[in-house]
Design a protein around this ligand. Structure first.
Ligand code: HEM
Length: 472
């Protein structure tokens, strides 16, 4: 940690007896609630101390962008968070800093260009089709479906097809469990100052070892098969093919080393399915609860698609559907708090100087629920995001982060979610079967999970005239 220079003037913030350790306990129990209360009590920037750390929380769009965009080069990500992520993702683009990160980001950016993403579209719909068709057993007209499991399965199938031209069928269950174990253990590790090596006997380490073995095994197997040329039906458009061919534009002789290739595949696999799955879970629940929204989506789908499967070219014409997804990510941003940043020199943010060595924290959740930017913030109102609506101030809606480290997969994710949501709505009417709370789990995970899971009843469209089915 950098040594901190004391600043005489600091923004207001909560009192921090016992070196602020009770605050840490409160944050661990209910991070988002804590951030919201801090904002209400102290305004758009708050200062607090816990242990040796001096932390500044930024809540307004301007201040968040000043840190993430205008002063990005004066911050690094919080070392402990990076250390924990490095355990799973090695030295990949999510983890590295400085020149190494710049070079990796440069090499990966074309992989997510509009041209390549257009190629992934067909792989996405092909992948989603089977899992969505099977969500309700063929002989049934409806089923109570575990939406978290369904979305995890669909998005995993998508990322497996797009990355490796392969189906997740045989690996899906283990890979989903491994992802959940590793996400939960990553967050809990972040509250400790160091990680106990995974080979040591320690609570949770057996599960963690299994999780790493499962995911690394899956990624390594696919890369090895591709290199041996034994992948049947390998698409020349899939992500692995593009990564293998990727060259640094500043040094065209430089491709990804074997280790880099494995690390990038691990990160794209994990980051590429868990976040989109989480967004779709909240979206499905919000749509299930709102008959008007549901009918408007269906009308748009009928007009634009006339019963056929959606394609990449259709996505921009599904304006209302995309607005429902954006609004769902406003209310329930999958990454509700960004990785904390540390100032590597004194940085001026608003009227305050954040001293070198201090931490800056940004939780998009708070701005997303701020009535100044989103009137009646707790209501689900997709109209806020339709093309003709006035945009919220820049930075008020930030589900993908901002600045140079903005999500590299944001356009991929928007396309994927649009195609999956369209295909789900073409097949089923979504309905809330029993009252389950729409509350996120108190202890923050890597992504924002619903407390107590989420089940919805899915009625086949062909059977919506059944007396039991809700009208659509
Ligand atoms: C709804 C879906 C998604 C959401 C909400 C999301 C959100 C985010 C956010 C907020 C960040 C920045 C974190 C920070 O600044 O601390 C990020 C970074 C990243 N995301 Fe996503 N993401 C999504 C989908 C994806 C997909 C589909 C991929 C890849 C296939 C992906 C790959 C990455 C990578 C590699 C980074 C690190 C970029 C860097 O540090 O340069 N994400 N994501």
């Amino acid at each position: 940690m950098l040594s901190i220079k004391q600043s005489p003037l600091r923004p207001p913030g909560p009192k921090t007896p016992w070196f602020g350790l009770p605050l840490l306990r409160e944050m661990r129990r209910d991070y988002l609630g804590f951030m919201q209360r801090t904002h209400e009590a102290h305004g758009d920037i708050a200062y607090m101390r816990h242990g040796p750390e001096h932390a500044y929380d930024l809540f307004s769009p301007e201040l968040m962008r000043e840190a993430l965009v205008d002063n990005a080069e004066h911050f690094i990500r919080w070392e402990r968070g990076i250390e924990v992520f490095a355990e799973a993702f090695g030295q990949s683009v999510l983890v590295t800093e400085g020149d190494t990160w710049k070079q990796q980001r440069r090499m990966l950016t074309p992989v997510f260009s509009a041209r390549h993403i257009a190629g992934y579209g067909a792989l996405m719909t092909k992948a989603a089709e089977r899992s969505l068709n099977d969500a309700v057993p063929t002989h049934e007209s409806s089923a109570l479906v575990d939406i978290e499991a369904l979305m995890a399965c669909v998005t995993m199938e998508v990322i497996m097809r797009v990355l490796f031209s392969s189906s997740a069928q045989n690996d899906a269950r283990d890979a989903a469990t491994a992802t959940q174990i590793l996400s939960a253990s990553a967050i809990s590790d972040m509250y400790w100052p160091f990680s106990v090596p995974t080979w040591m006997p320690w609570p949770g380490n057996t599960k963690k070892r299994w999780g790493f073995r499962t995911l690394r095994g899956l990624v390594n197997r696919h890369i090895d098969e591709r290199k041996r040329g034994t992948t049947p039906d390998a698409s020349t458009d899939d992500l692995l093919a593009i990564l293998l061919a990727a060259r640094d534009e500043h040094d065209p002789t430089r491709g990804l080393s074997d280790t880099e290739l494995r690390d990038q595949c691990m990160v794209l696999f994990q980051a590429g399915h868990e976040t989109s799955a989480t967004a779709l879970v909240w979206w499905a629940r919000l749509v299930a609860e709102d008959g008007d929204v549901s009918r408007k989506i269906k009308r748009e789908l009928d007009e634009v698609l006339q019963g056929r499967e959606p394609t990449v070219a259709d996505a921009p014409r599904l304006d209302y559907l995309q607005a429902t997804i954006k609004e769902a990510m406003r209310l329930y941003p999958p990454v509700a708090a960004l990785m904390s940043r540390r100032a590597v020199r004194d940085v001026r943010i608003g009227e305050w100087t954040i001293p070198r060595g201090a931490l800056v924290r940004i939780a998009p959740w708070v701005a997303h629920h701020d009535a100044r930017w989103f009137p009646d913030p707790e209501s689900f109102r997709p109209e806020r995001f339709v093309a003709s609506a006035e945009s919220p101030p820049r930075g008020a809606w930030m589900p993908f982060g901002a600045g140079p480290r903005v999500c590299i997969g944001q356009h991929f994710a928007m396309l994927e979610m649009t195609l999956i949501a369209a295909m789900l709505m073409q097949r089923y009417v979504l309905s809330v079967d029993s009252q389950q709370s729409l509350r996120p789990a108190g202890m923050l995970n890597v992504t924002l999970r619903p407390s107590g899971g989420m089940r919805l009843r899915l009625y086949r469209r062909a059977s919506v005239n059944d007396a039991a089915a809700p009208s659509d």
